[in-house]
Design a binder for this molecule. Structure first.
Ligand code: COA
Length: 276
């Protein structure tokens, strides 16, 4: 298989070992999301999901900003009166920002610096983890130009923010910093900008070292049980556990049990067993 990385008009791919950066790449427009960017992100995420070398995906933006939301000119104005184009780009826009990212089979981290507005919230929320620069600027600015946080944004926001914060920031359009985002657990943590990449990579390396199957099944399980009753969750988690046991190509469970119970060379409470 070729190691060549794919190229796209509005998305850049970079690799650092098993960690793949998927980068929104319209820095001159603060990475506002054009129709082409949406189509490129769909392709890029499909590629990264299938790419054997990729164990962890970091989603970020080029040029010091995460994303200035939908491109008002190319996504909204240019599509006005063209329902076919709106349907196509609207579907691509929802597909990568929520469907593909929230169901991504590998660990995902949003690395947020600079501006993150409106529609840029969706991929941050869809990623499993989010780390922001202390001075990043988040804002649900839709209200400032007379629209609502549509295209799933309002729904995504209520998945992660408490109700008071969701209403407050949606209705006022007030900005909040990376530090404030961390305090309200909108992101996992914030760090000074100079440490953003290093801190994100530390987490990525930790995830990269774990069993890919265990990571995938665990994140799927946590995501899925949120909407279930206790009975449904118990049944589902039993099926999910059995599926992992049967399908894990590394047979991690058996190996780890042997290493802990028989060989006594590993303590599961203190770190992952040596894979491979
Ligand atoms: N849609 C279309 N173009 C955008 C854009 C957006 N969401 N955000 C930025 N741009 C464009 C600007 O029009 C400008 O283009 P130009 O160079 O052709 O004039 C370029 O990106 C740089 O933006 P500018 O406003 O000059 O940069 P700034 O650093 O001073 O301010 C922002 C950056 C993000 C604060 C400001 O551009 C802004 O408020 N953007 C809109 C954010 C928003 O409300 N998004 C929600 C949409 S759902």
């Amino acid at each position: 298989m070729s190691d060549a990385l794919p190229t796209y008009a509005n998305v850049k791919i970079e690799r650092d070992g098993g960690v793949t950066f998927v980068i929104l790449n319209r820095p001159e427009k603060r990475n506002a999301m054009s129709p082409q960017l949406h189509l490129d992100m769909c392709e890029a995420l499909d590629w990264a999901a299938d790419d054997d070398m990729t164990k962890v995906v970091i989603v970020t933006g080029a040029g010091g900003n995460f994303c200035a939301g939908q491109d008002l000119k190319l996504f909204f104005r240019a599509n006005e009166g063209n329902p076919k184009a709106m349907r196509k780009t609207g579907a691509a826009s929802q597909s990568w920002r929520w469907d593909k990212l929230s169901r991504f089979p590998k660990a995902t981290i949003a690395m947020v610096h600079g501006y993150c507005f409106g529609g840029g919230f969706t991929p941050v929320i869809a990623c499993d983890f989010a780390i922001a620069a202390d001075d990043a600027t988040f804002g649900l600015s839709e209200v400032n130009w007379g629209i609502i946080p549509g295209g799933l944004v309002a729904w995504c926001v209520t998945q992660i923010m408490n109700y008071r914060d969701a209403i407050y920031y949606s209705v006022t359009g007030d900005k909040f910093s990376g530090k404030e985002a961390a305090a309200m657990k909108f992101v996992n943590k914030s760090v000074p900008l100079a440490q953003l990449r290093e801190t994100t990579m530390e987490l990525a390396r930790k995830l990269e070292a774990k069993s890919p199957a265990a990571v995938q099944y665990t994140k799927e399980a946590v995501r899925s049980v949120r909407g279930m009753s206790q009975d449904q969750a118990l049944d589902y988690l039993e099926c999910k556990s059995n599926a992992l046991k049967a399908l894990d190509p590394e047979k991690g469970r058996e190996k780890a049990m042997k290493m802990f119970l028989d060989d006594k060379v590993f303590k599961p409470g203190l770190g992952e067993f040596k894979r491979g």
